[in-house]
Design a protein around this ligand. Structure first.
Ligand code: AHR
Length: 500
């Protein structure tokens, strides 16, 4: 199939916020315990942090990480996780029917985040708790000294306050599964008041209010409207969550869900604009897509397991094995975030280690990269700069979730500082090679400096501890610049990162 495309250096969508490539890690399953933290593991440092996992995390150059939940946060008492470890209580984690030992809390996590060179994005409990505990936590984290909570932090050997800018006001508060679920009006009011209190402690913070748990919730999108009507002027972002899968074994429909996600983002953009107009507000609110990933391989089985198990400690949970098809999906979804970067400022892959994660780590054993690690890594490394509009003229398909889906998915990012353009391309056609003919306007001297490709794998191929690099990128051939045209043949079901 022939695909003509065109881009111009002045036709910009938006400057991409680096935080588009953020991540999320929750106290659940083996994400924290035996994921990032496993005292006694041969690769652990003196604080118990696994350095093999840390190396894989560092290579992703993650700008920010959301912590500690997720559903977990809605019944979490943050004070349980500070002070001498031997005095910390073991509690029931009501979200995942597990035991929480509290051996990792805010100070250990901050230490890990610093080693990983990642900013923290903290969530407060607005489920079982409320404004009072949120303000205490914020004072512990943000205030320099001389008050009860800041001095408590100092007594825990953390002299300086943490520089935490992003604060999530609860998690999925519309969900019937959430401890302390609320209706839109009561949550919106609580979020408004909590945000005001946190901003009174530190005027530089940004607050993220919960949108719907996903776009299939019965209260979506009225939830967003009502919540924002209660708190618009006092918050900075609204969160979106969405998980994906191909349970019906229909690859093209699976990829069509990326288009559907674009509609989801567009709809919330419309709600934001509506409320802004209604309130005659001056401030803008952006989208924080703070949970996204593929989650379906063992979802049903896992949910049967954890709903009946007997409160285990750090059990294996949601340890999805991602395949090549999932890597193509993730590549396309990241392209959509780039194309929507005028609205979506922050996005977090959910999650980072072991639990629905690009990185896996065996207890006492090795760590490896799943297939989806690579498109996430490439986007994070090279998807920074200005998102350019790309007009694509090529064959499309219809599927049950979307119509007119381009077989060739293209996103382009201009790194103006280093005068580099990166093209991210996914050929979603099951059989046909895409013959690309892309006109570059305003990049007269462009040449291909690097071409990485993932192609030729079976859709169900995965990596694992015994085959850590079975599905991994390699150098591509056959894409070049002729005059101002990027030309090349992209094989069916392939992913390309072309750096010019
Ligand atoms: O990421 C797993 C769970 O998915 C999170 O705890 C929750 O917010 C979402 O439903």
């Amino acid at each position: 199939m022939l695909v003509r495309a065109s881009l111009h250096r002045d036709f910009k969508i938006s400057t991409i916020d680096d935080r588009l490539y953020s991540a999320f890690i929750e106290h659940m399953g083996r994400a924290i315990y035996s994921g990032i933290y496993e005292p006694g593991h041969p690769e652990a440092d003196s604080n118990g942090f696994r350095l093999d996992v840390l190396d894989l995390v560092r290579a992703l150059k993650i700008p920010a990480i959301r912590y500690p939940g997720g559903n977990f946060v809605s019944a979490y008492r943050w004070e349980d996780g500070v002070g001498p470890k031997e005095q910390r209580p073991v509690r029931l984690d009501l979200a995942w029917r597990s035991k929480e030992t509290n051996q990792v809390g805010i100070n250990e996590f901050a230490q890990w985040a610093e080693m990983a060179d990642i900013d923290m994005m903290l969530a407060v409990n607005l489920g079982s708790r409320g404004l009072e505990d949120a303000r205490n936590f914020a004072e512990y984290v943000l205030h320099p000294s001389g008050t009860y909570w800041s001095e408590l932090r100092r007594s825990h050997d953390v002299n300086k306050p943490y520089d935490v800018k992003m604060w999530c006001l609860g998690n999925e508060m519309d969900g019937p599964w959430q401890v302390g679920q609320k209706n839109a009006r009561e949550y919106g009011h609580l979020a408004n008041e909590t945000s005001k209190a946190l901003k009174a402690i530190n005027g530089n913070i940004e607050a993220i209010v919960c949108g719907s748990s996903n776009d299939e919730m019965p209260t979506y999108p009225d939830w967003e409207r009502e919540v924002l009507e209660e708190c618009y002027e006092n918050v900075d972002y609204i969160s979106l969550h969405k998980y994906f899968g191909n349970s019906s074994n229909d690859t093209l429909n699976y990829f069509g869900k990326i288009e559907e996600t674009g509609r989801y983002i567009q709809a919330i953009g419309g709600v934001i604009d509506f409320v802004k107009a209604k309130k005659r507000a001056k401030n803008d609110i952006y989208i924080c897509f703070d949970e996204w990933n593929v989650w379906y391989h063992q979802r049903e089985e896992d949910s049967r397991r954890w709903k009946t198990w007997d409160w285990p400690e750090a059990p294996d949970l949601l340890e999805e094995d991602y395949n090549f098809e999932d890597a193509l999906f993730v590549a396309g979804l990241l392209n959509e975030f780039i194309r929507r970067s005028d609205r979506v400022r922050i996005a977090c892959i959910a999650q980072l280690v072991n639990v629905i994660a690009p990185i896996r780590a065996e207890k006492g054993g090795v760590a490896w990269c799943q297939t989806i690690y690579y498109p996430y890594q490439f986007a994070s490394l090279y998807g920074r700069g200005v998102a350019l509009n790309v007009s694509v003229d090529g064959p499309t398909y219809d599927c049950s979730v979307a119509d007119d889906v381009n077989y060739l998915d293209v996103a382009a990012v201009h790194d103006e500082k280093n005068e580099k353009v990166t093209l991210f391309l996914v050929n979603r056609h099951l059989e046909e090679t895409a013959e690309l003919d892309l006109s570059l306007h305003g990049f007269d001297t462009a040449q291909v400096v690097e071409h990485k490709v993932m192609e030729g794998f079976g859709l169900r191929d995965t990596n694992g501890p015994d085959k850590p690099s079975a599905v991994a990128p390699f150098d591509g051939v056959g894409v070049g610049v002729e005059g101002c045209q990027v030309k090349g043949k992209l094989s069916p079901l392939s992913y390309h990162v072309v750096r010019l």
